[in-house]
Each structure stands twice: as C-alpha cells, then as structure tokens.
Design a protein around this ligand. Structure first.
Ligand code: NAD
Length: 440
C-alpha cells in the first residue's frame, strides 16, 4: 500500500518505518525542516533502539521517503496517518490544533478517496472534529469527495518502540465503515501472523481505550509510590511487598515498581487530558485526580530525602545525578523527574553534575548553558567533586557499579536512589548510606 504519515516524531517515524519494513511504500511528512533534513541525510532525530538501522534499510530499499511538502504527502498515500503531537493546553486538556491542521491540509489537497487515520492520542469526539474539518475544507473548495476517518491509537513504548510496533499486544481500530475496516485489516495483516490482534470497535471507544490504558498504568505507579512512602514510615520493605502482591495473578508483577515519579510525553499529559474531559462533562474521575497529585509529590521525594540529610541550604554542595531521560533507552526528557530534581537542587543552592548515556544533548537544549549544571562523560567522572549521588533513571549501566569507588569519590558516602536499583544490605556493606524508595 502507499501510505502517508503526517508528523515524523516518535510515533510517526516508528509507524512509518515499521510499515515500510513489511513492504509498504511510505512517505513521512513533517513541517520541521531540520527533522526532515536529518532523515534525508541518513540520521534520525531521536534515540530509539533499532530504529536507525531499520530507517536506513528501508530508505535504501526505496520504500521510505521524507518530505516537508504537504501537496506531495496528500497525493501519495490512500491512507493518511495523523501522528502529530497533542500537547496539553493551558488547562491541561489536549490541544488539538496540530491534529485539525493536519486534517485540513488533507482536505485542501485531496482529489480522491482517503482514509484518515488518527494515530495521535486524542480525546473522545476528535474523529468527529476531524470529519467536520475535512468537510468544511471540501465545502470551501466546492467539491464532494469520499473519505473515512479511523481511530487507531498507538500503544508503543519509547525505548522499545520498534519491538512494540512489530509485535503488538493489540491493534485497536475504531471505525464506522466497512471499507475502512477492510483496509486497516489488510494493512495490519503482517503483524497478525501468530494470531489476530486487531480489535475493531466504535470510534469513541477506541479513543477512550488509549487514555484508559495509560491512566490505568499511571494509577498503578502512583499507588505503588504512595505505598512505598508508607512502607518507609512503617519500617516495611516495599520490595518484599511488591513480590508478595505481584504473585497474585489478578495483580501481576508488571508496572509495580515504585520510584521518583513517572514522566515522559504520555502519562502526565494523558492523565491530565482525561481528568479535564471527565470534569468538563460533570463526571469527575476522583481516582485520577489523586494519581496526578501523588505523582507531582513523588517527583520531589528525593529532594525531601536530600533535605532531611543535608538541610535546606545546600549552598556550596554539588550532587552527582545519574540519569536525565524520563526512562532508560530514550533521550526524551519531557516531564522527566530529573528536571524537577535539578531545579529543586538549584533552588536550595546546590550545583549538579549529570551523566546520562544518551540524553545529555537534550538536557543542554533544555537547560542551555546554565553554569549550575555540568556534564560528565561517565558515571564515575560525575562523582569527582560530588557531595552525594542521586540516581534518577534506571539505565542498565548503573545496575552494578563499583561501590568502593563510589564510596571513595563522594564527600559524604550516601546514595539517594529514585529507582531502587540495589539491595540495601549490599550498598551498606561498602560503608555507604542508602536512601531509596520504601526500602529497608
Ligand atoms: N511518544 C510516545 O511514546 C507515544 C506513544 C503513543 C502515543 N503517542 C501519541 O502520539 C502523538 C505524537 O507523539 P510523539 O511523541 O510522536 O510527538 P512528537 O512531538 O515527537 O512528534 C510530532 C511531530 O509532528 C510534527 N507536526 C506537527 N504538526 C504537523 C503538521 N500539521 N504536519 C506535519 N507535521 C506536523 C511536529 O513537527 C513533530 O515532529 C501524541 O498524540 C502522543 O500522545 C506518543
């Protein structure tokens, strides 16, 4: 099939590339000239394991192309994926300006039947807005053309995006006409060889499914975080509790890890957006309000522990920070806990020396050349003038460090671990104090 993907970010680039990988002809559009130049010069604008090789392979095979031309993109694919951002508006609801702009662009240039597929995470009712926007633009042109609107939310995880797309747990298709459903089934057939993963439903349910999934996961995290804080106060060990409850198949072990808060481009904004949707129709989601509040507080939990240890005036102190990305295997720092922690340390007068395997360029873009933040080229170099170590992202390379070396390097032998990477007894046996999340 010939496919166009509008928006070549995390979701658009992975979607386009994986669909090219199974033999489709794909044209990816973005309005960001730098992104398209990077891609046309053989690079990729994000860090995502396995993606660069797959992009290069499909470009070389002539199945994957990149453009900034809307004309060209609308003309190319019978299926037009919308994968643009849906950032929070001022009040937290999803800002749909990029989605509707993309839809209008399709309508301004289309000359034949198109299937417009919403891959962006969008509130219930967006497909209707997309339909209305297309009809309005066609009316301005004084023409009538057939088109279908489909909701096909994306469930990939950054850091494992290629794997998730190629081996999806489920492919949700919200559609109301048989022609579009048939086309979507055909498109996704290569990802269904083991068993059918396509779940067809009405459009509104498909739109809500995406928010429901992310909000359920965020709820698990916030619940475990609150439980860990309670364990801290009660002298229990959350790791034992996690194993104790995860063994119940109704609960399971996934997504039960307490830490210093969830971040990223999805959970925070999707939780907010669903809260706003529910509030706006007088059906508030009380649980979700608490999830958000608990997470905002959890991003500051390490700051509280640092303050309890060193006091509120950290002038002259330097903290080594391991991990800037909101999670491992990505350079994404949107809503990352590291940002709250760095700002909090600055506010108390401290400086920070950070190390992250891939997110330091992104951090430089965000924080500029603020002299209160410097960067080290290895985890151990970050410790050189540090008073203490703060761990924020659970990168694999932090899992088995040389504790003796850490002890020697730090002015005060203490590790604040926001991701519970180590066994407390093991760290303590090296003469280090270990302050983690709910660990005993
Ligand atoms: N990142 C994830 O892990 C993830 C996972 C599932 C779903 N989603 C959802 O997918 C959507 C996209 O997220 P993302 O992380 O890929 O965003 P992103 O910011 O990485 O990419 C969006 C891209 O769209 C481009 N764009 C904006 N308007 C455009 C237009 N009119 N025409 C062409 N290009 C345009 C932007 O320049 C940008 O490159 C969001 O709704 C998000 O919630 C994201």
């Amino acid at each position: 099939m010939k496919l166009s993907v509008i928006g070549t970010g995390y979701v658009g680039l992975v979607t386009g590339t994986c669909l090219a990988e199974v033999g489709n002809d794909v044209l990816c559009l973005d309005l960001d000239v730098n992104k398209i130049n990077t891609l046309n010069n053989g690079g990729i604008p994000i860090h995502e394991p396995g993606l660069l090789e797959m992009v290069q392979r499909n470009v070389a095979a002539g199945r994957l192309h990149f453009t900034t031309s809307i004309d060209e993109s609308v003309a190319f694919g019978q299926v037009q994926f919308i994968a643009v951002g849906t950032p929070p508006d001022e009040d937290g609801s999803a800002d749909l300006q990029y989605v509707t702009a993309a839809a209008r662009n399709i309508a301004k240039h289309m000359t034949e039947y198109k299937v417009v597929v919403d891959k962006s995470t969008v509130p219930v009712g967006t497909a209707d807005k997309v339909k209305a926007a297309i009809n309005e633009e066609l009316a301005k042109r004084g023409i009538e053309l057939p088109f279908s609107v489909v909701s096909n939310p994306e469930f990939l995880k950054e850091g494992a995006a290629v794997e998730d797309f190629m081996r999806p747990d489920r492919i949700v298709v919200g559609a109301e006409d048989a022609r579009a459903v048939e086309l979507m089934r055909e498109l996704y057939a290569p990802f269904n060889r083991n068993h059918d993963r396509v779940i067809v439903m009405d459009i509104r349910s498909a739109e809500l499914t995406k928010y429901a999934a992310n909000c359920m996961l965020a709820t698990r995290i916030s619940f475990m975080n609150e439980l860990a804080n309670l364990a801290d106060k009660l002298g229990a060990d959350i790791e034992q509790v996690r194993i104790g409850i995860g063994s119940d198949p109704r609960i399971g072990y996934h997504f039960l890890y307490p830490g210093c808060g969830y971040g990223g481009s999805c959970f925070p904004k999707d939780v907010q957006a669903l809260i706003r949707t529910a509030d706006s129709i007088g059906q508030p989601l009380k649980v979700l309000h608490a999830v958000e509040e608990a997470n905002d507080a959890q991003k500051r939990i390490l700051l509280e522990k640092i303050q309890a240890k060193f006091g509120a005036n950290l002038t002259g102190k330097n903290f080594a920070l391991w991990g800037l990305a909101f999670k491992p295997n990505t350079d994404d720092m949107r809503e990352a806990s590291s940002r709250v922690i760095i700002q909090g340390l600055w506010d108390m007068g401290a400086t920070v020396t950070a190390y992250d395997p891939v997110a330091m360029d992104e951090s430089k873009r965000i924080f500029g050349d603020d002299t209160r933040l410097s960067y080290a080229d290895s985890p151990m170099h970050a410790l050189e003038s540090a008073d203490a170590l703060v761990i924020v992202t659970e990168w694999k390379e932090f899992r088995a460090p040389d504790f003796e070396q850490i002890k020697q390097a730090l002015k005060t032998p203490v590790i604040f671990d926001g991701r519970n990477l180590y066994t407390p007894a093991q760290v303590k046996s090296h003469g280090l104090e270990y302050l983690a999340i709910g660990r005993r």
